[in-house]
Structures are given as C-alpha cells and as structure tokens.
Design a protein around this ligand. Structure first.
Ligand code: SF4
Ligand code: SF4
Length: 644
C-alpha cells in the first residue's frame, strides 16, 4: 500500500535510541485466528493488582465468556472462559514471568464447540454512564499494550474525570512487535469505535492517535477511519521509547508530566489501540476480554500475528507459525529491549503477551562480559527520563538503595536504552530492577514493622484505659458504699431513744482521757516511770522552773550585797564569804520549796537537786560573791583612808 505520511507538530523528548526494527518479519501475513488448543491454562495473575477470586470448581462445565474469577478489590481484573469446556484443574503451574515461578492457574479443557454464554451489547451512548463503567469490572479488560492495568480503574463512573485529552498509543516503538500495527491496518474502524467509547466515558474533547512513521499502512488506515470524526492521527518519528505513555504525551502535546504526578492529574488519559478495541467488543457485543493479537516472530518459519485465546500454550502458537527453526535457543516475551526470557514453551499466552520472539545466538548474541564503567555518560545522553544511569548503577551496585531512590530510581521505565549504548556492556537495567526490588521489600518490611508497632501501642493504650475504667468503677462503688453506711448510721442515731446517754458516755470517756493525760504528766516527773506527757508541755515546765530559780538567786544576791554595804557603812566588820554562801543557799532552798509547793518539782527530786546541782551552783555563786565582797572591802578601806 502506498501511504502518504505527514508528520505533524511534535515535541521531541530527551534521549532515545534507534535499535534495528525487524518489524517486517511479521507483517507479511494478515492476522490469523489460532485454532483451539487441547487445553487452556489461565493464570489468575495476568494484570496489575489483586488476584481475582475463583468462582468455579474442578469438573464444572463452562461456556465461552463465562466468569471464572471475579475482580477482587479496586485494582483487579476478572478472568473468563476463552471457550466452552470443562475445568480440569485449579492449581499452580508455570506462568510467563521473569521469575519463572509457578502461580495459581485454572485449567480448561475445550469441548471444541466454542459455545458462547448469552451476551449482547448495550446502547452505551444513552445508557447510564455509572452502570456501564461499573460493569467494566466484569469485562476483564486491562491495558493490552503490556502494562495490564485494569481499564475500569481508568474510567470514572461519575464522568468527572477532568480529562480533556485522550491519547491513543499506537506508537509500538519496540523492535519486532507488530501486533498494533497489524490491528490498525486490519481493524481501524473497530478501533475508532472503541476510541469513541473511551472518549464518551472520559468526557474528553480532544483525541490524538500517535503512530510512529514506520507504520505507513496503519497510518493511512487510521486516517481513513477517523475521517468523519474530530479525532486526529499524529505521526511521530520512529524513536525508541516513544511508545512509553509519558514520552508519547510529550511528543504529542509538549507536556512533561512531573515524576510525582499522573497524566490524568493533568487532564490527559492514555489508552492502547488494542485496549480500545476490547472496549468496543465489550460494549457493542457484550464480549469480555478473551483473546489478543500476538506477534509470533523471530526464528520461526512463518512469522505472523495471531489472534490467540488467553491460556493457549506457547507451543501451540509456535506450531501455528510454522514451527521454530532448528537453531532456536530460547523465547523472549515482549520486545528485545524490555522483554524477558520464557522458561519453556508450555507457558500460556496471557493478557500481557504482545509478542513472542524465537531467539538464536545469531539474532541475539550473548552479551560480552561487563567491564568497568568508564564514565562516558552515553547512558545519560539517551535516557528518556533524564536520569543519571551511571550514578544509579553505582548506587545499586554498592547497595546504597536510599541514594538510588534519591536519584529517582523509580522514575526509570526500564526501557534499556542506557544498556543498549553502554560501551562497557554493563547490564544496567538488571541493576535497577535489583535495587527496586530491594527497596520495595525493605519498604514492605518497614510497613509491617510500623503496623506491628501501632497495633502494640493500641493494645497498651487499651490495657491502660481498661485499668483506669476498673479503678474508676471501684472508687464509685466505694463511694456508694460509704454513702449507704452514713445513711444507716444517721438512721440509727435518729431511731435510738437514749441518745443523750450515749453523749454522756462519750463525755465521760473524754474526761477519763484528760485525767490519764495528767497522770502521764506526773509519771514524767518520776525518773523510774516512762514519761507520757507531750514534749512541749515538759519543756515549758522546765523553762518556767529555771526562770523562777534564776530570779530567786538574783534577789538573794541583791539582799546580800545590801547587807554588806550596810555593815560597811556602820563600821561593822563585814561578814565573810560563808555568810553570803549561806544566804544564797537559803534562797535556793526557799525557791525549791516553792517549786515543790506548786508541783513543778517533786519532793524527792527537789531534795536531790539541792544536794547535787543546786549545791554546785551555790558553791560557784558563793565563790563569786566572796571575790566580789573582798574587792568591795578593799575599795571601802581605800576610800576611808583617803577621806581621813
Ligand atoms: S554508558 Fe556505561 S560506561 Fe558509560 S557512563 Fe554509562 S554505565 Fe558507565
Ligand atoms: S532504563 Fe532507566 S535509566 Fe536506563 S535509559 Fe531507560 S529510563 Fe533511563
């Protein structure tokens, strides 16, 4: 077909590479419908999100299009029977995944009748949008460009998506893959119908279909199909990875979607051409997602695109393509840039399988041994996300994952452009995948630890709260009991006739206590009886006695002085010291007698004091008085001599 290709206004993104396309291999024949295989193995995990819930049992006979597993949770997708037959097994089987590990699968043995379940399309233009979009959960449709994100999540049931531009991704930039190209060539009108459905649900006012300029037939077919619509076919230059959704948005609209935002937040939604075709089959015919177009290419005898039921073994597809050539060593699912090796030819075709390449060492030479990074920065030049691949490599290699995250490791789309140009043959993408998986595992572990800690804190808080509640209940019960008791006592007091007698008894008891207190005071004064009086009363009594004693002694001394002065004045010989001492002793004896009389000092103690302490005091005072008297006599004698 002679195609007229006009490249419209486009906005080039950073980087990109031009690997050999090898697309013509599989575009020489039209899309073929694959025959029914002997059995279909349907992995439950064919999409991004939760595993769907199985709704059938082993032994059940099912019809084509019947629900086998329903979507579980918001992000999930249903699985349907690709043909009529019997469920023979629900168990683990090897699935097409880089890990090569088995996963849960439903095995269906076709009955060969291919009998459909009752199904019909809907008038989607006039039906309630909410019901239609919600019903998409039952369709099993996911992004068929390879992302496998459930489509119902991308359409808002309330019609308020805020999307103004719908971008249809028909770039198909990766080498070897031609399924979208062939789909557009052969089914452009159906694709446009699917685009109209998506546009209707999104409320988008603008539709742009981005196709690389290496697909002239597809471009022409699509241009014809959109001729009577407002949809626009935009031809973009062939450059890997222009098929990445963000790169395509940049190419078509010149908008750079920030790494922390989604396209829908900027009013843009992106759908693959195969996905919108599936929307058309579902809404216009009631057919759930049961099959897809797969490019079977590479080292097979008749590379071709096939319409393949999900669950078909790869071996069946290889056979349909004329078988693999003898030197085929392995099979790659996806393209050579982002694909991965399949473990064997028994793996089933799934919703993500857009291309299978039979590989040989001639087509894909084993990579030479990696050499040290020479810091040439070629990887940075081609990175479409404007990352620093060599820095990410160093961080991943040294397990410095946090630093890798800081350098936006998760913005890496694993396109492999950096590895493709690296002169040191470093498998850079493998390093990035390793670092990402480690970070994800670490985040999950941290999340689990945080959850455990929160649960423990909640448990401790609950225990503390229950303790407080118990204490409060006890306090309330005690208070209630006390109030009850007081009420009973009051009632008893009111009911007793001899209340006065009780009061009298209480007064008598108080009197007895007072008497006991006085008795204790007496005992305190006796050395052989333990004191029971309070310390304050005892010290007060002693202080009073000392003051009285001091006053009496001072008075006695004053009288003695007066007597001496009078004797000297009358010319009588002064009395000696013995006189004074006796007077003082007499005074002391008088004081003690008075103290005894008022009960401050018992008689026995008074006698003891007189003989011990008071005798010592009296002796000291006597000595002092004798000295003073002698001094006064000497003064008087001297004064008398001077007068004479
Ligand atoms: S291209 Fe390879 S050698 Fe060059 S800087 Fe990047 S990682 Fe290093
Ligand atoms: S694989 Fe990642 S780092 Fe390498 S070029 Fe692609 S986006 Fe950039």
């Amino acid at each position: 077909m002679n195609a007229i290709v006009n490249i419209g206004k486009i906005f080039k993104f950073n980087g990109g590479v031009h690997p050999p396309e090898n697309k013509t291999l599989s575009t020489q024949r039209p899309i073929a419908k694959l025959s029914l295989p002997e059995s279909l193995v349907l992995p439950l995990r064919q999409h991004v999100g939760n595993i769907p819930k199985v709704k059938v049992n082993v032994g059940d006979h099912v019809l084509k299009g019947q629900l086998l597993a329903e979507a579980e949770g918001m992000v999930s997708a249903a699985i349907h029977a690709p043909t009529s037959g019997t469920i023979t097994e629900i168990a683990d089987a090897i699935i097409p995944h880089p890990s090569g590990l088995p996963d849960h699968c439903i095995t269906l043995q076709p009955d060969g009748l291919d009998t459909w379940i009752a199904h019909e399309g809907v008038d989607w233009r006039n039906a309630e949008r909410r019901l239609l979009v919600n019903s998409l959960r039952l369709s099993g449709i996911v992004g068929l460009g390879g992302a496998t994100f459930p489509t119902h999540v991308k359409l808002r049931p309330d019609g308020k998506s805020g999307v103004h531009t719908l971008v249809i991704n028909a770039a198909e930039c990766e080498p070897y893959i031609t399924c979208d190209d062939m789909l557009m060539r052969e089914r452009a009108a159906e694709i446009v119908q699917g685009i109209a459905i998506a546009q209707h649900f999104l409320g988008a006012t603008k539709v742009m279909i981005g196709i690389e300029d290496n697909k002239p037939e597809a471009i022409v077919a699509m241009q014809h199909a959109v001729a009577n619509t407002t949809m626009q076919v935009v031809v973009v230059p062939t450059l890997y990875p222009s098929g990445d959704a963000r790169r395509l948005v940049h190419l078509l609209l010149g908008e750079e979607i920030p790494h922390n935002k989604r396209a829908t937040e900027m009013g843009i939604q992106v759908f693959n051409v195969a996905t919108v075709l599936a929307l058309h089959r579902y809404f216009d015919f009631g057919e759930p997602c049961l099959q897809r177009i797969v490019s079977m290419t590479g080292n097979v005898n008749q590379p071709q695109n096939f319409e393949v039921l999900f669950g078909t073994p790869l071996s069946h597809l290889i056979q349909a393509a004329g078988g693999a050539k003898a030197d085929t060593t392995h099979y790659i699912m996806g393209g050579p840039m982002m694909g991965f090796n399949l473990p064997n030819t028994n793996v089933p075709i799934t919703k993500a399988a857009n291309c299978i390449i039979a590989a040989t060492p001639h087509l894909f030479a084993p990579p030479p041994p990696a050499m040290p990074c020479i810091r040439c920065a070629r990887c940075a030049d081609v990175c479409p996300v404007s990352l620093q691949p060599q820095e990410l490599y160093w961080f991943a290699k040294s397990d410095n994952f946090e630093k890798a995250r800081e350098y936006n490791l998760f913005d890496c789309i694993e396109c492999g452009a950096c590895s493709y140009v690296c002169p040191s043959n470093i498998p850079l993408v493998q390093y990035y995948r390793y670092a990402k998986s480690e970070i994800i595992a670490s985040d999950k572990a941290k999340e689990a630890a945080d959850l455990a800690r929160e649960r423990n804190e909640a448990r401790l808080a609950r225990i503390e709260r229950e303790k407080l509640e118990r204490a409060q209940k006890h306090a309330e019960r005690a208070q209630a009991a006390k109030a009850e008791s007081n009420k009973e006592v009051g009632a008893e007091q009111q009911a007793t006739p001899d209340n006065d007698a009780k009061k009298a008894a209480i007064a008598a008891a108080i009197e007895r206590a007072k008497a006991q207190k006085l008795s204790n005071a007496d005992h305190e004064a006796k050395p052989d009886v333990p004191a029971k009086t309070s310390p304050s009363i005892e010290s007060e009594a002693v202080a009073n006695a000392d003051e009285a004693k001091k006053a009496a002694i001072a008075a006695a001394i004053a009288r003695a002085k007066a007597q001496k002065a009078a004797a000297l004045a009358t010319g009588e010989a002064p009395k000696n010291v013995e006189f004074t001492s006796k007077a003082v002793q007499q005074e002391v004896a008088d004081i003690e007698a008075r103290r005894q009389a008022v009960g401050l000092v018992p008689a026995e103690q008074a006698s003891s004091v007189q003989t011990d302490k008071q005798a010592a005091i009296a002796a000291a005072i006597a000595r002092e008085k004798a000295q003073k008297a002698a001094a006064e006599l000497a003064k008087l004698a001297e004064s008398s001599d001077k007068k004479e």
